[in-house]
Design a protein around this ligand. Structure first.
Ligand code: ADP
Ligand code: MG
Length: 594
């Protein structure tokens, strides 16, 4: 009865239905004592009135939509054999590991998953020595255990490596059918946490546990495959002649352009707001990378010219013992939110703690929508190839503004994207979430029976409420830590300094150093005290706001802003206080001691 429903049902009327998702394999887990086996069955969850309360039902509906529309198009290309088209997904999952004892000493990590205070250590990620270094033994032992636990449940964990920030790592499974991949990602997150506990570690899935070093995300690799083994996003050796591939590509270009706000909001959360647009993750502006080869193909199609076929280029390394190797036709863009990577698209905006369900529901639906539009038009055609080409040229002309192969971190891109190409720049969660209920978006979801308007409204409400709650908890945790730990520690340390000054003065020595330290600490502590008072008041005002968007905006603009002010003062103070007295494990200890 307490399951968040966003008004879909009331607490006193709590009946709901579950239905097994037979397309996602059931699995068995051992009880913690190893004595019993427990059967788990992936399950959908609906309310008494039939609305989806879960993330699985809309996802499965979206898979049906893209299946149906893809088959329509395949038939137009003369394919009579494929019976089913299914999206495949493989997700790279980033996470941090910290020592559990130190974690427990930080209320901010325990309550909010991220550090709300913490001065930068002398060394961060600038040498990339963690990224390129060997995996340390304690971590390797953890990873081995994680893999084994996952394999037992049928999750094909495969890649494992260190990531950019100290203490940061990544895991990726072999890709699977979309809904299975979603379930597996949930199991991966749960298993990382559980196994970490066994190793006396804590796994942090928060998007930004530490200021000053990279945060964590996940990359959603997505493709569509037919049941007879054709990856519909495989360009083949000569993409310029592969009209079927180009049709699916154009549908995706159009979909990402028209529904960019939906993709953006599928990655919106209080935690991910710290990453998107902060030059460590893609910008908050959605664009699409297709690489130089495909761009040339698209350009040629638009202009009715021919592309010179790309001759096999070989690199010569110049060492007899090493082989020459063929040059890949496309470089790898790191900054694009939605990047073509050979035979799949990689959506890179997601936060590390997100479920990947909403994102995939949206990708499936927007592509289904575009395929449907194409099929509606082409099924009427008497001259398929001519009309198809015209349709593709028109699509390219109208939607190429979303295609961007350059550096997404560059200042100029922001300027060009917003002012020239008119792409939406939804900076934060409170800017992105209201887009969910835009009438044309709701109409699309209803057309494919993925979400009803009621289901979208309830989701928007839940997400906005969640945003306000998260910031509220963060603010309260900050206040608690500042009042009970930080301010008292500063007073205590300052007393030691003042006592030392008094003793020196008593025997006729000057106490300039002590006086200067004491006065700096006094004035900083006063600043902290005042910032705490302001934050206290803002939290009370926030709690009195009208629920929903108004409240969320207040938390973002007022409460979160004041939290930043308080943090800056406390971080400055941390550098003035003896580390024996500072009441929190420092960044150095958290990031460099595992
Ligand atoms: P990188 O870090 O270079 O992006 P990784 O190997 O870490 O690559 O992750 C790539 C992910 O993409 C893996 O989970 C892999 O299984 C998945 N993947 C590969 N091919 C496909 C495909 N056709 N469709 C969906 N996912 C795929
Ligand atoms: Mg990777």
């Amino acid at each position: 009865s307490s399951f968040p429903s966003g008004g879909l049902r009331s607490t006193f009327e709590a009946r709901g239905y579950t239905a097994w998702d037979c397309t996602s394999p059931a699995f068995v887990k051992k009880s913690p004592d190893g004595k019993r086996s427990i059967l788990y069955i992936p399950t959908a969850f609906c309310s008494y009135t039939g609305e989806a309360l879960d993330q699985k039902t809309p996802l499965l509906r979206s898979m049906e939509a893209i299946n149906k529309q893809s088959i329509r198009l395949l038939r137009l290309f003369g394919n009579t054999t494929s019976q089913k088209v299914t999206p495949s997904v493989g997700v790279e999952q980033e996470y941090f590991l910290v020592d559990r004892e130190k974690y427990l000493k930080r209320k901010d990590l325990v309550f909010t998953g991220r550090t709300l205070f913490g001065a930068n250590p002398p060394k961060g990620q600038e040498l990339d020595d963690h990224y390129f270094g060997a995996i340390r033994e304690r971590i390797a032992a953890f990873m081995t255990d994680v893999n084994e636990e996952l394999w037992k449940m049928g999750v094909a964990a495969k890649t494992q490596h260190n990531e950019v920030a100290p203490g940061q790592h990544e895991l990726a499974p072999i890709y699977a059918q979309c809904n299975v991949a979603v379930d597996h990602n949930q199991l991966i997150m749960e298993t990382l946490k559980k196994v970490a506990y066994r190793h006396n570690l804590q796994c942090l899935l928060h998007e930004k546990p530490f200021e000053g070093v990279n945060g964590s995300g996940k990359h959603n690799n997505w493709s569509i495959c037919s049941n007879d083994g054709q990856n519909l996003l495989d360009p083949g050796d000569t993409p310029q002649d592969n009209l079927q591939f180009l049709t699916f590509l154009c549908a995706i270009i159009k979909g990402v352009h028209e529904y960019a706000p939906l993709l953006r909001l599928s990655a919106a959360s209080a935690g991910n707001d710290h990453r998107l647009g902060a030059n460590e993750a893609p910008p908050a502006i959605v664009s699409l990378f297709i690489g130089s080869e495909l761009e040339a193909v698209i350009e040629a199609l638009e202009n009715g010219t021919k592309v010179a076929s790309i001759a096999d280029k070989q690199f010569e390394i110049g060492v007899d013992a090493l082989p020459n190797f063929p040059k890949d036709t496309t470089d790898r863009n790191r900054t694009s939110p939605f990047a073509f990577t050979g035979n799949k698209f990689e959506f890179r905006m997601l936060g590390s703690a997100d479920s990947i369900s909403c994102t995939n529901t949206i990708i499936n639906t927007i592509v289904a929508q575009e395929l449907c539009e194409f099929a509606d038009e082409l099924e009427k055609s008497d001259n398929f190839e001519k009309d198809l080409k015209e349709l593709l040229v028109k699509t390219i002309k109208e939607h190429k503004a979303i295609v961007f192969n350059g550096n997404g971190y560059a200042e100029e891109w922001l300027e060009e994207a917003v002012n020239v190409r008119k792409l939406p720049n939804l900076v934060s969660t409170v800017d992105a979430l209201p887009e969910y209920t835009r009438p044309e978006f709701v109409a699309m979801f209803e057309k494919f029976k993925v979400y009803t308007a009621t289901e979208i409204n309830s989701r928007t409400e839940i997400l906005l409420e969640n945003y306000s709650k998260v910031i509220n908890i963060e603010a309260l945790t900050m206040l608690d830590m500042a009042k009970k730990l930080i301010i008292p520690a500063c007073i205590e340390y300052n007393k030691t300094v003042c006592d030392a000054a008094a003793s020196k003065i008593a025997i006729g020595l000057d106490a300039n150093v002590e006086k200067s330290i004491a006065s700096k600490i006094s004035s900083l502590n006063e600043g902290i005290y005042n910032a705490v008072k302001v934050l206290d008041e803002k939290v009370i005002t926030a709690q009195g706001q009208e629920e929903g968007l108004k409240m969320a905006r207040f938390y973002r603009n007022e409460v979160f802003a004041q939290m930043q002010t308080l943090r800056a003062l406390v971080d400055e103070m941390e550098m003035c206080i003896s580390s024996d007295i500072w009441p929190l494990p420092s960044y150095s200890k958290l990031l460099f001691s595992v």
